[in-house]
Design a protein around this ligand. Structure first.
Ligand code: 3PY
Ligand code: MG
Length: 273
């Protein structure tokens, strides 16, 4: 008999339970619901590299809500500009948290946290249109619980972030980091790779994980498949992503096609010509 496990990500982290986080790059509410039904511990809707805009995010959050899977949104910000307005909007739509790419400085980390917390902890604006009933309850109205429930993640994926790692990770209110191994590899002068083999990148990844976890932060990393996720969990990561839905779909199509075409004999005509 399986033991019920908490769906709240902070609670899972507190209990030392792994978080397997699906990645949604396709703009589909139904697709998001199907991924949730597959049983991921959490999902992330990708507005940075996914084919997803805010108008797609809302039905996707509705799709995952049906199942009750905590859902984060990776916002499309880059470099020194953080999409504060997009973060606040997806949180109002019912996201459980955000992942901001390229958290390259303490100032960016502060902006991420500010967008996720109502005053006095941050600068989030009041008006949680959907989140108030999708994530609130009669016992605990959303605005009351949001400052402790919303998750603020930033991605560590550059040499600049490595240079300022301690100051970035010391940002009060930050819940976790996500490593982007592809961008990190590029930034360190190596070819982009989800499973880097260059020793410099391997060492950087381990340094980031240990530095984050020594502060109690959730340490997450994007991976290329389920086996790589298992390896990262064994290494000690708290949160892993077995690539995105596009890869899963392409793989499924290829398997079916290859199976269907595995018989090479010509089809004989029943009419004999
Ligand atoms: C990276 O590998 O750089 C990522 O951002 C993964 O999504
Ligand atoms: Mg990246």
């Amino acid at each position: 008999m399986s033991i019920p496990q908490p769906t709240d990500l902070r609670e899972r982290h507190r209990l030392g339970l792994p978080i397997v986080n699906g990645w949604l790059s396709m703009p589909s509410g139904f697709g998001a619901e199907l991924a949730a039904r597959a049983g991921y511990d959490s999902l992330t809707i990708d507005m940075q590299h996914g084919m997803v805009d805010f108008c797609d995010v809302l039905p996707m959050l509705q799709g995952t809500s049906i199942v009750g899977t905590p859902t984060l949104v990776r916002v499309p910000s880059a470099f020194d500009h953080v999409c504060v307005e997009v973060m606040m909007k997806v949180l109002d739509a019912g996201a459980h948290g955000v992942i901001a790419p390229q958290m390259d400085s303490p100032a960016i980390a502060r902006q991420i946290v500010d967008a996720c917390r109502y005053p006095p902890l941050g600068q989030r604006s009041s008006g949680a249109t959907r989140a108030s009933f999708a994530l609130g309850s009669t016992q605990t109205p959303y605005a009351k619980s949001a400052n402790t429930s919303v998750l603020a993640f930033g991605m560590i994926e550059s040499q600049a972030a490595l240079d300022d790692l301690d100051a970035i990770l010391d940002t009060p209110g930050l819940d976790g980091i996500y490593i982007g191994p592809n961008d990190l590899s590029l930034s360190l002068g190596e070819p982009a790779a989800s499973e880097p083999t260059s020793q410099r990148v391997v060492d950087a990844i381990e340094r980031i994980r240990l530095s984050a976890q020594s502060r109690g932060l959730i340490a997450g990393i994007f991976c290329s498949n389920g086996e790589a996720c298992a390896m990262r969990l064994k290494q000690g990561f708290n949160m892993v992503t077995p690539a995105h839905d596009v890869a899963a779909l392409m793989q499924g199509h290829s398997q079916r096609l290859n199976a269907a075409r595995s018989v090479s004999a010509p089809i004989s005509s029943s009419k004999g010509y």
